[in-house]
Design a protein around this ligand. Structure first.
Ligand code: ADP
Length: 405
């Protein structure tokens, strides 16, 4: 018998609307749906049983007749042997039962079942559950229509399940982020005070000693300064996250600012036998921004350039107008960055080198901070690089005439 001869035109319309309703719904309204299925198929009872393989159980989630909760869980758990649902899940095929076997429907509290069939809810290979249709009087074969409905149910249930899983994953990520932010916040503040005490005392003693002792104290001070930088990174990050980075906006010439900031760090490069080359436009590059933040960004880029470039290498700093924007770049002749890492390095705690094999110090926070700060100024930062040849970090910012200021 063809599917179309099984129900009237009016029912077809009802069926079409029902299928559309299932496809469009947000959040499966399973208990409404079983009622509609019962109506469409002239059934005495309809139930949806979901397969929960992780918990090794079958659970009835919607039924048109009252369910009999199992004692332990208060939920309608369907026996996973000798029940209609279990048979259908095991076979992955529809099953018809005409006997009077109560145990097949144990979760239905009041029904005297004479005839029933069930179709699996399939999504690909996954047997997600069963649609059970109970009829006291046997009659027209409703199985093909039930299968059609079951397909729509399966898709809707899987979609809702996936959306719920996505929501949960997002919530977990948000709570991990919060945990990390809290940890970074507490750790940075807790480290700051003892560090200040160490630096204070070591500096005092350093003034009174010479020779080998002085050298040792200098290295201790250098290590403390490095630690201070890491703590500063953590604090910067925390402020950015908390939206507490209040921009102290002023209008200034980025070209001159970069020249001064780069020259002030000349010593950093000299210590490493590196050459600093500047190519800064003579024309002003008016930008609006917080100069303290730009100092942080430049500091991160210049220190990275020095760190990842061998002795005798060259660091170039360029600033000019490009495509109607202010552009500056810090280039080096260092180790370079693989193409597939060029975006990832702006992520928090990301470092190209594996942390167990690291030659270079750092926490993988600098570029993430630089990116946040540049973006706070409506700018863009990106890296170009070739492994073994060097890297170039570019920053593009709106010129002040583009800004309502
Ligand atoms: P870190 O404190 O580890 O330097 P950053 O966020 O500043 O953290 O940089 C992330 C990673 O990007 C670095 O660990 C390094 O692998 C890579 N990187 C950054 N700048 C350069 C550069 N100039 N040359 C080569 N690699 C770089």
């Amino acid at each position: 018998m063809s599917v179309s001869s099984q129900i009237s035109d009016a029912s077809w319309q009802q069926m079409a609307m029902f299928l559309r309703d299932i496809a469009q719904s947000n959040g499966a309204r399973l208990s409404d749906w079983v009622v509609q299925v019962a109506d469409l198929l002239s059934a005495d009872a309809v139930a949806i049983v979901l397969n929960e393989p992780k918990r090794k159980r079958l659970r009835c989630v919607a039924s048109t007749v009252p369910l009999k909760p199992t004692v332990e869980s208060g939920q309608a758990i369907v026996p996973s042997v000798r029940s209609l649902a279990a048979t259908v899940i095991a076979a992955g095929q529809p099953h018809r039962n005409t006997g009077r076997d109560r145990s097949l429907f144990e979760y239905l509290s009041s029904m005297e079942v004479e005839s029933a069939f069930a179709v699996p809810l399939l999504c690909g290979d996954e047997r997600i559950g069963v649609l059970e249709v109970v009829r006291r009087r046997d009659g027209v074969n409703r199985l093909p229509i039930a299968q059609m409905i079951a397909s729509a149910f399966a898709l809707a249930i899987v979609r809702d399940r996936d959306q719920a899983a996505l929501r949960q994953a997002k919530a977990e990520i948000a709570s991990f982020d919060q945990l990390k932010a809290d940890f970074v916040g507490v750790a940075s503040h807790e480290l700051m005070s003892p560090l200040a005490v160490i630096v204070g005392h070591v500096s005092m003693v350093r003034e009174d000693v010479t020779g080998e002792m002085a050298q040792q104290l200098d290295s201790a001070l250098k290590a403390a300064a490095r630690m201070r930088e890491l703590v500063d990174d953590m604090i910067n990050l925390r402020y950015i996250d908390a939206g507490q980075t209040q921009l102290d906006l002023s209008r200034f010439d980025l070209a001159e600012f970069i020249k001064i900031e780069a020259e002030e760090r000349q010593k950093l490069f000299e210590e490493r036998g590196q050459h600093l080359r500047l190519r800064i436009t003579k024309r002003p590059l008016p930008v609006a921004g917080d100069q303290r933040m730009f100092t942080v960004v430049l500091d991160i880029l210049l220190k990275n350039a020095a760190k990842f470039t061998e002795e005798g290498g060259t660091i170039g700093v360029v600033a000019e107008e490009r495509d109607g924007k202010a552009w500056f770049a810090v280039a080096d002749t260092g180790i370079g960055i693989p193409a597939d890492e060029l975006e990832k390095i702006f992520g928090r705690f990301y470092q190209v080198e594996h942390h167990l094999r690291r030659k270079y110090d750092g926490m993988g926070l600098g570029l993430a901070i630089a990116k946040d700060l540049v973006e706070l100024h409506e700018g863009r930062i990106w890296a170009d690089s070739e492994v073994g040849q060097g890297s170039q970090f570019n920053v593009m910012l709106p010129l002040v005439r583009d800004l309502a200021f």
